[in-house]
Design a protein around this ligand. Sequence first.
Ligand code: HEC
Length: 121
Amino acid sequence: MRPIIFVLLLLALVACGSASAANRPTPNPVAVGGRIFTIQCGACHTISDVSSATLGPRLSSMFARAKAQPDPATWLRLAITNPTAETAPGYQLVMPTSYGQSLSPAQLDALVTYMLKVGGT
Ligand code: HEC
């Protein structure tokens, strides 16, 4: 193959690659947060009456407590990253204290967005 054709082919390939990256939809934070909640939190917190997890308060009750705060998102984030700072009455302090390290800021944002969106429904 002549070098010029090879270079043109390479350029075409690079152009295709960047075009498809630009067209890729950005992940929906509610969907991302829902996945994290189900996997990481669902053993203790229920989303609906279907699950039998009872170690922690259910999502609707956490939503109600968050909505009563001046800044619900900040309150939820604190409750997730520092569970001893925000203690739900009547529950044991067994929630892991590591989410501030194990979840990225973007994952925490998605989680809070999900809880505020789905918790009231
Ligand atoms: C091992 C069980 C367990 C896991 C896993 C767990 N939690 Fe908890 N969580 C609890 C318990 C028990 C409480 C109540 C005591 C307290 O407030 O710390 C609680 C409290 C909370 C509160 C505060 C509720 C209130 O009304 O004060 C929030 C918000 C919360 N959890 C969110 C989460 C999220 C989000 C995850 C997943 C990233 C998660 N929890 C994972 C057990 C758990």
